[in-house]
Design a protein around this ligand. Structure first.
Ligand SMILES: C[S@@+](CC[C@H](N)C(=O)[O-])C[C@H]1O[C@@H](n2cnc3c(N)ncnc32)[C@H](O)[C@@H]1O
Length: 444
């Protein structure tokens, strides 16, 4: 049997992710273009590459069982072939013969007959049970560990989600399943340029449920849409829109002097929405981003708006104090946006959380020093991990006497965002990334 070009492409994606920490969704489109793969073949290559990246934990457990050794003891390129094969057996409707034969052909082309026999043997063993039966056989007994295994998430991430869901941890399975769904594309209609109603009409999309500026698109390339090309609209998760809006809606003590700051601005999605809203009142936004290439993205996103970009570290920005409103959209683990990157869940580790919480705490402190009495900081993350969210806020309130506003009141009409005062969005409840936000006012 000759090598199937669709599986070859999927395999190259797995290899790029494993060997050079590539992002699957950045590698795949170029490969499909170069190999002239389109239509149903492209859809299959995408399903195989992304699916195998996502389910790595489950696949590896089945492979280790079948091989009688840990996956660490299997050569990387061979392991990629096994992952692709086991994924087809357990998570697609591809027949067992096709899954095994195409994998054996890939192994033979790459390594010769000896190793193709190994691939054949491991896949035959893997095919002896369905995915459900493998879960029954291999999953840990504790409920969270079992769900993590079943939905192919690292156990520490599933536990972090369960902790953040609290009393509603019964939703964990739905949440983990949502990470495997392709997110609906959300557009933001730029205030002052076009309304969401008009944008929905022009694009054939549907107006969003939660943000007055959101439009949902069923499919297609948003970059081709005229309002996006003309800068009247942009791609932005509805949850991110709500974060920016919560900052503009928070009640200040005293009048709004129109000095707003976005302390972690790159690539500029929220800065652009803040800038458009500031423009209406002739206010001014300062946007801080230390990485030059990301600062350039902020400049592009905000070029015709009252936004000044500063390429400095937010912890030591040199900006003058006295801001009325400050957004700290902190660098975080991104655990709330795992659905956007197939391999992301296996890249992160608890050590990342430990490093990031130090930076998050320092950025919030720096923002506080730049805020005027009576002004408001919104602290947000696209992670629901409690160490990055409520713990950072509680620690800050303890140290500074900050007044926690009821953030839920800044999101009128948005249901089910928790018991307050902070708000937590969820993919399985709101269809957004799992954005966390807390609004804090400085006592006068
Ligand atoms: C979650 S992203 C912000 C997303 C952005 N607000 C948006 O809506 O497009 C966090 C940003 O913080 C930046 N960052 C990292 N370290 C920082 C620091 N010390 N000071 C300020 N920003 C920092 C990162 O480069 C990244 O662009």
């Amino acid at each position: 049997m000759s090598v199937d070009p669709v599986r070859e492409v999927a395999l190259e994606v797995l290899r790029a992710v494993r060997e050079r920490d590539a992002y699957a969704n950045l590698v795949l489109p170029g490969l499909l273009r170069d190999r002239h793969i389109s239509g149903r073949d492209a859809a299959l290559a995408t399903e195989l590459a992304y699916g195998a990246c996502r389910t790595k934990g489950l696949l590896d457990a089945v492979i280790a069982h079948g091989a009688g050794r840990s996956v660490d003891e299997i050569d990387g390129p061979l392991l990629d072939i096994l992952r692709l094969g086991v994924y087809q057996l357990l998570r697609t409707r591809i027949g067992a013969h096709a899954a095994v034969d195409t994998s054996v052909a890939l192994a033979r082309a790459e390594f010769g007959t000896g190793k193709s026999g190994f691939v054949n043997a491991v896949l035959r063993r893997a095919g002896e049970k369905s995915a459900e039966e493998w879960v029954e056989t291999l999953a840990p007994v504790d409920p969270v560990g079992r769900l993590a295994f079943e939905y192919a998430h690292p156990a520490w991430i599933a536990q972090a989600f369960a902790d953040a869901l609290g009393e509603r941890a019964g939703e964990l399975g739905d949440l983990l399943a949502a990470d495997d769904e392709r997110p609906v594309v959300h557009l933001v209609a730029r205030p002052g340029e076009i309304t969401a109603e008009e944008l929905a009409l022009v694009t054939g999309g549907e107006q969003g449920r939660w943000s007055p500026y959101a439009v949902y698109l069923e499919g297609g390339d948003p970059g081709r849409l005229e309002p996006v090309r003309e800068g009247m609209a942009a791609v932005q998760d509805e949850g991110s829109q709500l974060v920016a809006l919560s900052l503009t809606r928070a009640p200040l003590e005293g009048p709004d002097g129109g000095r707003w700051l976005d302390l972690c601005a790159g690539p500029g999605g929220k800065a652009a929405l803040l800038g458009a809203l500031a423009a209406i009142d002739r206010f001014q936004v300062d946007a801080v981003e230390p990485a030059e290439h990301r600062a350039e993205l902020v400049r592009k996103a905000t070029h015709d708006l009252p936004v000044r970009v500063h390429v400095v570290d937010g912890r030591d920005s040199g900006l003058g104090p006295g801001y009325d409103r400050i957004l700290v959209d902190a660098p975080c683990t991104g655990l709330g946006a795992l659905r956007r990157r197939p391999e992301a869940r296996w890249r992160r580790s608890p050590a990342d959380v430990r490093d990031l919480v130090v930076l998050q705490r320092e950025l919030l402190t720096a923002a506080w020093d730049l805020l005027r009495p009576g002004g408001v900081v919104v602290y947000s993350t696209c992670s629901p991990h409690l160490a990055e969210t409520v713990s950072i806020v509680a620690d800050h309130v303890r140290r500074t006497g900050a007044v926690e506003l009821d953030t839920r009141e800044l999101l009128p009409g948005v249901t089910d965002v928790g018991d307050g005062p902070a708000a937590q969005l969820w993919p399985h409840r709101h269809g957004t990334d799992a954005m966390f936000m807390a609004a804090l006012r400085k006592p006068v």
